[in-house]
Design a protein around this ligand. Sequence first.
Ligand code: SAH
Ligand code: SF4
Length: 352
Amino acid sequence: MRPDKKELMELLSTKGEENLASLYKRAYEIKKQFVGTTVYLRGLIELSNICSKNCYYCGIRSGNKEVNRYQISFQEAMEEVKLCIDFHYGSIVIQAGEREDKPWIDFITKLVKSIKELSDNKLGITLSLGEQELEVYQQWFEAGAHRYLLRIETSNPELYKALHPANHSFAHRLNCLHLLRQCGYQVGTGVMTGLPGQTIEDLANDILFFSDEDIDMLGMGPFIPHHNTPFKNLIDSFNPTEALNLGLKMIAVCRITLQDVNIASTTALQALHPEGRELGLKAGANVLMPNITDTKYRKGYQLYEGKPGLNETAIQFQKELEKHIYAIGETIGYDKWGDSHHFFKRKNEKTL
Ligand code: SAH
Ligand code: SF4
């Protein structure tokens, strides 16, 4: 059933500690009922910060000349994959800036195939590599990737226009989501919350967009201004508590209304609060993406200011992680893909 916009706006406008606590509690009950309290882990490799795009909000946009660009080699990437297997994470996410050149496309294909081989087909693979042609999405799907994350960033085309240069297209990005669906991927999208110029109505419309597009997975997080972007003037007035609360509210309202989708508790939440990750889980998220990128590259992947874990190795993180998850009474789905329940429901409905 399509959520009611007025109700969405009311829920998203929740204020005051008590009301917020009951909103999160309601979301948590629905999470328990529809997806359970097992957290699924995806080891995240930030494969390269080379990007042909110039999104105004992003710290690794092509226009930022102060960033040293890197690309992790095949061998190094495979070392990180081994870590992921050793940690029993179950899935891996490969994320990077956007590139459409053939050497890059073939590099990804080779990597995906090799991950499947090395893990004996056991590691689930999610890609987050931006807008590509149908043939490229197909090639990567056939190589073994089965989930793809492409945030729409905002479902408001006017706001999208204000956040991107003229050669970036909302319609094209939306079409990419459709191409991904056509290939057979579990499709993930999402938005940033607290974007300059964004209203509560925009966020409600975002949720309607997720519902209308029948999205399987969501990755959403607060917008955090970066000093080397056109939005640097927003740093002084940025309020981390407000940004955190809005990000958590969005997770909770998505869980309440969309019920069986996978929702990630993202690093941007952690950047705003030391327990941001757990707060995300308590507001309804059920997926975490521990960063397994070698620490020597992390400085180069600062999409926003204050991204945490710059020096924390994957091993240190893994030790802490269990403690934190068990502390909130949840378990970890080691060695499980933890696929989106919504995806299977959608598939079954189609075949009925
Ligand atoms: N290049 C790919 C994937 C990497 S960017 C793509 O754009 O799809 C991953 C996500 O980082 C983006 O979708 C965006 O939502 C988020 N991001 C970029 N800049 C950000 C900022 N300043 N604050 C919070 N999130 C940001
Ligand atoms: Fe590139 Fe993605 Fe950043 Fe846009 S958000 S500049 S596509 S890395």
